[in-house]
Design a protein. Structure first.
Length: 464
């Protein structure tokens, strides 16, 4: 399918038809043609036709002089449309030059196949104005079709009859390798110069002894310079390494501090942690109340409801802090009791004559360790009734060695729990009894008469 078929045809809006070659060759009227005598001399007829055509060109140029119009040029075979503004006096050469300048084309490849009006005139086609071809028409815009020829391309390669290529082997054809300064690319130039200070260099010989005490050792100075540069590089590398290590430590410390701050707010344990929570809660309350007071568009009832909501949220947060405080108190109590038992059961450290340290278990430390194990067994959740009865029996034998109100109460509680276990009571109903039994046994451990290491603990607390 041709490019002309792909694009819709542009209707010719001009009311006047282009002047054909017949009209151009014979502009005279039919009446005038009858009065012209017909001769057999073709030269005279041709000269008369040329004169008439020149007169017609001059008349049409004078008639359309200075009239600008828009010309739409359709370039084939790519169907490219380009619009230019020309006058009736513009020639074909000027139009071709304008197209080549705007579209970057070769002037030799652009032709106008629709313009065939004056092929038999002596004038060049590029020098003819557009008015000769009937342009412009009746409308302000005219259409002209141009053809852009494509340069011929060929992919054929013509092999020459003789390939004149000589291959040289440097080892076999060029002879042995030669080294000489004259074979280099540099140029040697000799210049004479008279300096302000004359100096020279005297080389040592076998018959001439020179003083070398003031000579500067070139290699030694280079070695010292390289050593100095190496020391500077090593110092710089060490500084950079220390800076990187310090940056990593600072980053790790910042992350650890951030985790500690989050942990002390999520799981507070000390008085300072709870003090931080109370202070932050108070700051939050003040900020929220100030925001409510700054909202002027709220009426008194809405402002009071907002303050009530803040108060309700503050109350819930205070209750949460109180629950955290109870949990922290219980955890701190367990930790304190465990630290106390470990302190009493630790072995004694004796200084030896050779400077070493020996750990020695005394009867008192062994007694403290046995009581610590019994306390841990008493706090272990119930695994089976037999194991629990066995643990209660060991504790009963331990406390029966002493006769006092505390030991008698302990024996009574142990017998009561054993009786309830034998009856198959639920574990939940025994929680209060076991808690009381654990606290009394802890008092038994903290008493110096029953546990001699408790005296050392009281002495350590007194020193603190």
């Amino acid at each position: 399918m041709d490019a002309d078929d792909e694009q819709p045809e542009v209707p010719d809006m001009s009311t006047e038809e282009p002047i054909t070659s017949d009209v151009a060759e014979d502009p005279a009227t039919p009446e005038e043609n009858e009065n012209i005598p017909v001769t057999e001399n073709s030269g005279e007829s041709s000269s008369a036709s040329k004169m008439a055509m020149a007169e017609f060109i001059r008349a049409s140029s004078e008639q359309l002089e200075g009239c600008e119009f828009s010309l739409l040029v359709v370039l084939q075979p790519d169907n490219v449309r380009h619009r230019v503004t020309v006058t009736a006096e513009s020639t074909i050469g000027m139009l071709r030059k304008m197209l080549c300048t705007d579209l970057q084309l070769n002037s030799e490849l652009v032709s106008f196949p629709d313009l065939h009006g004056l092929r038999d005139t002596d004038q060049n086609e590029d020098n003819l104005p557009l008015s000769v071809y009937g342009l412009p028409g009746g409308n302000a815009e005219c259409t002209l079709e141009a053809y852009v020829a494509r340069p011929p391309t060929t992919s054929d390669y013509i092999m020459p009859d003789r390939i004149q290529v000589q291959v040289y082997n440097a080892r076999h054809n060029m002879g042995p390798a030669r080294f000489h300064r004259e074979t280099q690319t540099q140029q040697l130039v000799t210049r004479s110069l008279q300096t302000h200070r004359e100096s020279g260099t005297q080389m040592s010989r076998r018959d001439l002894k020179l003083d070398e005490s003031f000579d500067r050792h070139r290699l030694w100075r280079g070695f010292r310079a390289r050593l100095y540069v190496f020391s500077i590089r090593e110092q710089r590398r060490r500084v950079n390494t220390l800076a990187e290590i310090e940056a990593q430590e600072n980053e790790a410390e910042d992350m650890s501090r951030q985790r500690r701050e989050v942990s002390r707010r999520m799981h507070p344990n000390t008085v300072n942690d709870f003090e931080v929570l109370y202070n932050e809660l108070e700051k939050w309350r003040q900020v929220e109340c100030r925001k409510v007071r700054e909202q002027r568009e709220l009426d008194p009832s809405e402002r009071q409801r907002a303050l009530d909501a803040i108060l309700s949220k503050e109350t819930k947060l205070l209750q949460t802090i109180d629950r955290l405080k109870l949990t922290a108190t219980e955890a701190n109590r367990k930790q304190r009791i465990e630290a106390m038992l470990q302190f009493m059961a630790r072995p004694k450290q004796w200084q030896m004559s050779d400077g070493g340290v020996k750990e020695v278990h005394t009867p008192f430390t062994v007694r403290a360790k046995e009581l610590m194990d019994l306390y841990h067994g008493l706090r272990i959740p119930l695994s089976s009734v037999d194991e629990r009865l066995d643990m209660l029996l060991h504790i009963k034998w331990t406390v029966q060695e002493f006769d006092c109100a505390l030991t008698r109460e302990l024996v009574e509680l142990i017998d009561r729990e054993a009786d309830m276990l034998s009856r198959g009571r639920k574990e939940k109903s025994l929680e209060g009894l076991r808690k009381r039994l654990t606290n009394l046994f802890l008092q038994f451990i903290e008493t110096p008469e029953f546990n001699p290491e408790a005296a050392a603990l009281k002495h350590a607390r007194a020193n603190q």
